[in-house]
Design a protein around this ligand. Structure first.
Ligand code: LLP
Length: 414
């Protein structure tokens, strides 16, 4: 559930009129709802309330400082994949002691940064990374807390670009090598084994792949215990899907209850890395219709937002609902909603039944995750502004880029 609803045929974000926000701040515009972000985070946190746990919001989903700060105030931890994300967490007032560091390609500089700040855990993805981290920690006179990301080889049944738990994917350590790599980790002096982690993919709408992964990971944890390697936490990753259309992903309550049942009486702290489930439906992307165009086959609504602002439809053929900001009863037609970028793949939605005129505003729903963070300046388009609403108040949380910022740092030849 979110807080984007119609009041007298006009779309509101909590207590703020979307049309008013667009008028004040221009379009295209991302609008986030604080109450929705908090509701989703609390849904996760409450689902595991009676078991030791840490919710580490996946920063990559939406890394705006205000978003991170809202979650930090709830007590959230953070799952990061770069030194940049770590710096953002700190700048937003997040607690580094609740940070897990994922990712297949951590640099020495990033390892040093995280060791000096003192994060909760490194999620190590390969033997090579294990050796490197041990060296880096040794040189700093520190011991790095680690988990090994093990690839459980389950098919998440999601889009191939966002499926990560299969043998053929680049992520994690193969299950049949895991015990050997743990034994090596135990022998290295500058590492302390804390946990095991996995992440099998994103936008999962069924429980079964999570349960299959959990069974395989718990069996590994049990085998490790027999061999004297004690695991303190199990990080189940992120990946819980959201309703973009008519999908019915499990509620965090159902998801957590099923995992806790599998866990049994093992005294493991559970770590969750949800990104999309917290942020996606806490945001909309608002765009204005520039003009309508028709040929013998198709009608196009040409809007001011484009693939550089919101790439999910172009990149993954992702479907996100497109709704009018003002409802009217005029007849509707089927449109492709396309942007001004010079690419055939530049669309926000295809074959959408809409009743629109030039000058109307449309809202692309579920845009709070993997929206602004994946934006680029392609076609020299400044990145758009972001606004967060909090009941009937709102705040610009990122200003619209100015044209001069487009070439900031560029230099002419002498
Ligand atoms: N943990 C790890 C290690 C991850 O790789 C990811 C996402 C997450 C947590 C968070 O997953 P979530 O709960 O958000 O599903 N850009 C794509 C999604 C890429 C996800 C990458 N990894 C999209 O727009 O659909």
């Amino acid at each position: 559930m979110d807080h984007f609803t119609y009041q007298q045929d006009s779309l509101f974000a909590e207590g703020c009129s979307v049309a008013e926000l667009a008028k004040t701040h221009g379009t295209p515009l991302y609008i986030y709802s604080r109450a929705t972000l908090e509701r989703h985070w609390n849904a996760f946190n409450n689902a595991v309330a009676n078991h030791p746990h840490l919710i580490c919001y996946a920063v990559k989903a939406n890394s705006n400082l205000a978003v991170l700060n809202v979650l930090a105030r709830l007590g959230s931890g953070f799952d990061i994949v770069s030194g940049g994300e770590l710096a953002r967490v700190i700048a937003a007032g997040g607690d580094p002691k609740k940070v897990v560091f994922s990712g297949v390609g951590k640099t020495i500089a990033e390892m040093e940064q995280a060791l000096n700040i003192g994060i909760y855990c490194f999620n190590v993805e390969s033997s090579a990374e294990l050796e490197l981290l041990n060296d880096v920690a040794g040189k700093l006179g520190k011991v790095a807390p680690i988990s090994l990301r093990v690839n459980p080889d389950v098919d998440a049944g999601t889009h191939p670009y966002i499926s990560t738990g299969l043998k053929e994917n680049k992520f994690g350590i193969a299950m049949d090598e895991a015990e050997q790599v743990f034994a090596r980790a135990q022998a290295l002096p500058h590492l302390a084994i804390k946990g095991v982690d996995c992440h099998i993919g994103s936008q999962l709408t069924e429980m079964q792949p999570f349960l299959d992964a959990m069974d395989r990971m718990l069996a590994l944890i049990d085998r490790l215990a027999v061999n004297g390697i004690e695991i303190k936490h199990f990080d189940v990753g992120g990946g819980l899907g959201v309703p973009y259309d008519d999908e019915t992903p499990p509620h965090p309550d159902v998801y957590a209850a099923a995992l806790l049942e599998r866990l049994g009486d093992r005294p493991l702290k559970l770590i969750f890395e949800p990104g999309r489930a917290i942020a996606a439906n806490a945001g909309i992307f608002v765009t204005e219709v520039l003009s309508l165009k028709e040929n013998s086959d198709k009608r196009f609504a040409i809007v001011d937002g484009a693939m550089n602002d919101l790439i999910r439809p172009s990149l993954y053929s992702a479907w996100q609902n497109i709704i009018p900001v003002q409802l009217t009863s005029a007849p509707s037609y089927e449109y492709d909603v396309v942007g001004p970028v010079c690419e055939t793949g530049d669309f926000l939605g295809k074959n959408r039944q809409l009743n629109v005129q030039a000058g109307d505003l449309l809202a692309v729903r579920s845009s709070g995750a993997y929206g602004f963070v994946m934006a680029s300046n392609y076609n020299s388009r400044p990145r758009v502004a972001e606004v967060m609403v909090d009941q009937d108040l709102h705040q610009v949380i990122r200003e619209r880029e100015k044209l001069e910022q487009l070439w900031q740092g560029e230099h002419l030849l002498p």
